[in-house]
Design a protein around this ligand. Structure first.
Ligand SMILES: [Fe+2]
Length: 351
């Protein structure tokens, strides 16, 4: 059996994550671009548990060595890459918008500057609620994106789970007619309330455990929702489903991120099918739109146990694709109670 095929099949057997020769090829391309584990996960766009296992297998086959915390191809590894025509990754990302397609321009500048200052005092991300927030620039880029798609001006907007402080950014922009947030973490709700009072933002902020059904008055009442669901198919169905349940009718919009760090292509396909089956059309998929500030609890997450070298992440490595969905006729949300553990599967690594 060809070596890539052999490694993919063994990695899949050990991790239960779908793996292809192409997965191994991408990991090798990533090693040719960077020696850092986190960067290799980032570049390869394969789930962390799978990348970790492929690296271990490449080492078992003497194609890779770990030198201190550096991951390097051996002479045999480099020879294999040459023979198979595997090349390093080359980026052509637009440096102005970082590939997002939108920028924080003059009309948003003043609100953005205010937001930058406000968010300095935010509560830190904690493991208990699986938190990890995006950069402030990223939060505001989402405002720019949603406004660009016509989903904010004069609209009622709801944010389900808000460690990114989307509600503050949205309200500061002055664009939506109303901003509501539901969030389990009291620290965040209190912070958002204080900011709202101080800056007269009129944010409707409530403590709510999203595993429970949404309050009656939120159902069918909004034009646009934002959420950032945990990364299992079940969780995406449940949390995006909650978002959809808040929408007034057809042709309303929803925004959320889904990452390749915790999803194989196979899982993504299942996720997309769940969205389609809910009566949604996926209008936008923007690769690596979201970049998460490294959180302090990385040593507690599953991914840390799996890493073949114990190097703490320094640069941003956890990114997600920004989804924009729209409801069409016959759409249906999900507002049933959520029971059991829907936060973990074989591909997850940050829980
Ligand atoms: Fe650009």
């Amino acid at each position: 059996m060809e070596i890539l095929e052999q490694i993919a099949s063994e990695a899949e057997k050990r991790t239960q994550v779908p793996a292809y020769p192409r997965s191994v090829e991408k990991v090798i391309s990533a090693i040719m671009t960077s020696n850092n584990f986190w960067k290799i996960v980032d570049l390869s766009d394969e789930p962390l548990p799978l990348v970790a296992e492929i690296l271990k297998l490449l080492k078992e086959h003497d194609l890779v060595i770990f030198e201190g915390n550096q991951i390097l191809l051996t002479e045999a590894g480099a020879e294999l890459a040459r023979r198979l025509g595997i090349e390093p990754f080359v980026s052509h990302k637009c440096p102005t918008c970082k590939g997002r397609g939108v920028i924080i321009d003059d009309s948003l500048r003043e609100a953005y500057e205010k937001f930058l200052k406000i968010q300095e005092n935010r509560p830190p991300a904690i493991h208990q609620f699986d938190q990890g927030y995006v950069t402030p620039e990223n939060t505001f880029a989402r405002v720019a994106l949603a406004d660009d798609r016509g989903d904010l001006r004069g609209k009622k907007v709801v944010v389900l789970g808000d460690d990114d402080l989307m509600s503050i950014a949205l309200a500061l922009s002055g664009l939506p007619k109303k901003v509501t947030i539901l969030e389990i973490d009291e620290r965040l709700v209190n912070f958002i309330k204080e900011v709202s009072d101080k800056y007269n933002l009129n944010i409707d902020a409530r403590v709510h455990d999203l595993r429970q059904p949404l309050p009656e008055d939120v159902l069918g009442a909004y034009d646009t929702f934002f959420t950032d669901p945990p990364e299992t198919v079940e969780a995406i169905k449940a949390f995006v489903g909650r978002g959809v349940a808040t929408l007034k009718g057809p042709r309303c919009a929803g925004y959320f991120g889904v990452t390749r760090r915790e999803s194989s292509a196979d899982k993504w396909r299942r996720i997309q099918r769940v969205l389609i089956d809910m009566g949604l059309v996926i209008t936008d998929l923007i690769h690596n739109f979201n970049e998460y500030v490294n959180w302090d609890y990385y040593e507690e997450m599953r991914g840390w146990q799996l890493t073949p070298v114990k190097e703490p992440p320094k640069d941003i490595w956890y990114r997600s694709t920004q989804f924009r969905v729209e409801t069409v006729r016959g759409f249906e949300g999900f507002n049933e109670p959520i029971v059991g553990d829907i936060y973990n599967d074989a591909e997850s690594s940050t829980t």
